[in-house]
Design a protein around this ligand. Structure first.
Ligand code: SAH
Ligand code: SF4
Ligand code: F3S
Length: 453
């Protein structure tokens, strides 16, 4: 392959799952001899790892693609790849829309990038979107951080939330074997990584597709067991997991988190709506009361736990009173962070064809009201940090102030303090918090030994 293109660029849209897939695909490309370049314009191979969760996420991809498709007319050697969830959703239709594309590949094919590119370099236009068993990846991912790493533990989602495209594009649940996950953590520790986030769209479902059951008929593998199994990997100081589904969030799991010192007291548990009837229409499988009970139990075991969530406003048929239930839930729980979104009808999902859609104006208005409250509550939650000494794991330099470094508390608050990144990267430092903002903190390092976990 003499005229093999050599520089690659990946732009990643969407969630942590996509970011983790991109890091593995970058690892594969580097293994093939490609070198990373910062801008798509300089690259010989451009890969867009796409998201289709809402319409605006999808439209963004088309505008980026249009630019590269034009470039391909001047530079026929340019290889254009669309991976991820838009690729899965659109498949062949994407080739009709953008004939300049070389490869369209769904998320289940991320680990097969090398094989697929070899077909492209042999002169084919390739579409890989059939349902596939996800093979263990043998390439070393090219990770963005040298301190924190994401590790997939379960792919896909078996839920059927009526607004959501994820099950259509990510396929059925596929859990990785605990031994393979542990081997990843051991390799990460050997490379100097300190913190790991275990990933899954519905991570609480971990293990239910793996064979084996206890004599009482319970699944042999659960997230709780997995946490105990991974906890003693030496060198890994912090473990997090996301995303949790309230339907499966058990007291057993909460007890394990409270008991295991490396498990950080931060939980991402989307509630989507504060109204039980709307939750039913969303097919979420829990009520407002059940959600609040989970939060109570969490706080009983870990009073200082940070809690974040996702919420949707303007779901079809949402009345003013139902929306107010979402506001009152946010008021009552006091979240550290809520990712909010206006409902976006997605092709192939049940709610998209319901007749009781709300106007964009109503959705926008509700989104603004909710965001306002979320910010107020986050500011209140930040207050608890003022004057406290927090263990901060240093990740990087503050991009806006090179005299400062930044890292996170165990509760996941971004924290800045004066320091030299060359000395502090990957260290856990005791920081006295002097300034609080809704979503970040500033403090002073203090000479005090700090428990890393
Ligand atoms: N598996 C996670 C969430 C995955 S998608 C869970 O079950 O909570 C991330 C977030 O996008 C969702 O939590 C939801 O808040 C939002 N989302 C999903 N589909 C959406 C849609 N059609 N319109 C608006 N927001 C949506
Ligand atoms: Fe989508 Fe529901 Fe699965 Fe989350 S649990 S990915 S919202 S279908
Ligand atoms: Fe988007 Fe796919 Fe994640 S649709 S949110 S990138 S699973």
């Amino acid at each position: 392959m003499a005229d093999f293109p050599r520089r690659y660029h990946i732009t990643t849209f969407g969630c942590q799952m996509n970011k983790a897939d991109s890091e593995r695909m970058a690892g594969i490309l580097e293994d093939m001899g490609f070198q990373w370049t910062e801008t798509a314009e300089q690259a010989d191979l451009v890969l867009y790892n796409t998201c289709t969760i809402r319409d605006n996420a999808e439209q963004k991809v088309y505008s980026y693609l249009g630019r590269q498709a034009k470039r391909k007319h001047q530079q026929p050697n340019l290889t254009l790849v669309v991976a991820g969830c838009v690729a899965q959703q659109e498949g062949e239709a994407l080739l009709r829309r953008v004939p300049e594309l070389d490869l369209v590949m769904g998320p289940q094919h991320a680990n097969r990038l090398r094989d697929l590119l070899e077909q492209v370099f042999a002169g084919n236009q390739v579409v890989a979107t059939e349902a596939a068993h996800i093979y263990e990846d043998i390439t070393k991912p090219r990770r963005d951080s040298q301190v924190l790493a994401w590790v997939n533990v379960i792919y896909g989602c078996n839920e059927r939330c009526t607004y959501c495209v994820v099950p259509n594009v990510r396929g059925v649940e596929q859990s990785r074997r605990p031994e393979a996950i542990r081997a990843d953590l051991e390799a990460l520790a050997a490379q100097g990584y300190k913190e790991v986030t275990l990933l899954g769209q519905n991570i609480d479902a971990y293990g239910r597709d793996l064979p084996g059951a206890t004599p009482e008929g319970r699944h042999l593998y659960t997230l709780t067991e997995l946490l105990y199994f991974l906890h003693d990997v030496p060198g890994i100081d912090r473990i997090r997991f996301a995303t949790s589904h309230p339907r499966y969030f058990t007291e057993r799991l909460i007890r394990a988190c409270a008991e295991l010192p490396k498990l950080c007291e931060h939980f991402h548990i989307p509630f989507q709506s504060g109204d039980s009837d709307l939750l039913k229409a969303m097919s979420r499988g829990y009520s407002r009361e059940r959600y609040l009970r989970i939060i109570d139990t969490l706080r009983r075991y870990m009073p200082d736990a940070s809690i974040s969530a996702d919420a949707i406003v303007g779901f079809p048929g949402e009345t003013e009173q139902q929306f107010e239930k979402t506001l009152s839930l946010v008021e009552q729980v006091g979240f550290d962070l809520v990712n909010t979104a206006a409902y976006s009808p997605r092709p192939g999902t049940p709610a998209a064809v319901w007749e009781n859609q709300l106007s964009e104006a109503v959705k926008d208005d509700r989104l603004q009201q909710l965001n306002h409250l979320v910010n107020l509550k986050a500011a209140e939650r930040s207050q608890r940090y003022l004057g406290r000494v927090e263990a901060v794991l240093v990740e990087d330099q503050n991009p806006k102030d090179p005299t400062q470094v930044m890292g996170r508390t165990r509760g996941n608050r971004l924290t800045f303090f004066t320091g030299n990144i060359a000395e502090l990267k990957g260290q856990t430092v005791a920081v006295k918090i002097t300034t609080v903002r809704p979503f970040s903190l500033t403090g002073e390092p203090i000479a005090q030994p700090v428990a890393v976990c």
